[in-house]
Design a protein around this ligand. Structure first.
Ligand SMILES: Cc1ncc(COP(=O)(O)O)c(C=O)c1O
Length: 304
């Protein structure tokens, strides 16, 4: 990880190495915290944060879902996100706001425990590697099931839920795959370990509904808008492993991952085993949008 100079912690700019917490931090013990993953990029207009309002809104929705009352209003957090990119003099960055219960008491009921907020930003390249965009990734279907929406709130980006994702990711990498696709509790496809998933069949796009346990991804929502813009039919539909295997194209979406083709599943080639045409078109449009080159989507960029 390429450290930056400062982290925003509870309203103050703190040197990166001094932004520390007690080992008795409640979220460290019980996992109740929420976070966001966002990106800023250098555009012709200057460094811009992409989908800033969507991410801040989801952070507050996630916090509310898990009973964390953020002690700052949305304006303060929005400005802090911009500030942390600026003070670290980052031209492009991955930004990680984290809301967590601090320390003070033990026990599941987080009573008399302060809600704390940290916002870090640092340089971080493509999550699945520099070549993933052009060559695609090889994945497996995980033996680990996505946590059921009956057991957590999939629309919220909660810290503890990532134990489930991490199990799937580690197992996939141990077997030599780049990542994993997880099925939901009814056996249909939910999402990747840290990405949403789309499938192309006969020029039409399909993605599983979030009721499968998939996160309501902001890149997922953007791809839905891109599909409309490019006149590609899209349907939210339950998909099986067999649907995926017989797909023409598959791709992952996410802020860290961006848009990356899935070229094989369990060593079976998808389509011709290369990143497909529709995947490439959508990826290119996405990159135009986040790089400030698509006027019709410029409202999604916030100059810092
Ligand atoms: C489990 C999971 N699903 C989907 C996504 C994609 O969401 P977004 O596009 O908002 O980054 C992420 C991103 O972090 C994720 O962790």
């Amino acid at each position: 990880m390429k450290k930056s100079e400062f982290i925003w912690l509870d309203g103050e700019l703190v040197e990166w190495d001094k932004a520390t917490v007690s080992v008795m931090t409640h979220t460290l013990h019980y996992g109740t915290g929420v976070f966001e993953g966002m990106r800023a990029r250098e555009t012709a207009q200057g460094t811009s944060i992409q989908f800033l309002n969507d991410h801040v809104d989801r952070l507050y929705r996630s916090a509310e879902a898990y009973n964390l009352e953020i002690p700052f209003n949305k304006n303060v957090i929005t400005n802090a996100i911009k500030e942390i990119v600026k003070v670290n003099k980052l031209k492009s960055a991955y930004i990680r706001p984290l809301v967590f219960f601090g320390d003070g008491e033990m026990g599941l009921l987080p009573q008399d425990i302060p809600v704390r907020v940290a916002i870090a930003a640092w340089e971080w390249g493509a999550y699945l590697g520099d070549e993933a965009g052009s060559k695609g990734v090889n994945v497996c279907i995980s033996d680990w099931q996505r946590i059921s929406p009956k057991s957590f709130k999939p629309y919220a980006k909660g810290v503890g839920g990532y134990m489930n994702s991490t199990l799937a990711k580690i197992d996939a990498v141990k077997q030599g795959f780049d990542d994993a696709i997880m099925l939901g509790d009814t056996g249909t496809v939910a999402e990747g370990s840290g990405q949403n998933i789309f499938m192309v069949k006969d020029e039409q796009l399909f993605t599983p509904p979030i009721e499968t346990g998939a996160l309501g991804g902001i890149t997922r929502k953007t791809v839905m808008e891109i599909a409309k813009y490019l006149d590609i039919d899209l349907e939210e539909k339950n998909l099986t492993r067999e649907d995926l295997i017989s797909a023409d194209e598959i791709f992952f979406t996410g802020t860290a991952t961006e848009i990356v083709g899935v070229v094989s599943i369990d060593k079976i080639a998808i389509g011709d085993g290369m990143v497909g045409k529709i995947t490439s078109n959508i990826r290119n449009k996405y990159l135009e949008i986040v790089n400030g080159k698509e006027d019709n989507f410029k409202h999604y960029l916030t100059l810092i």
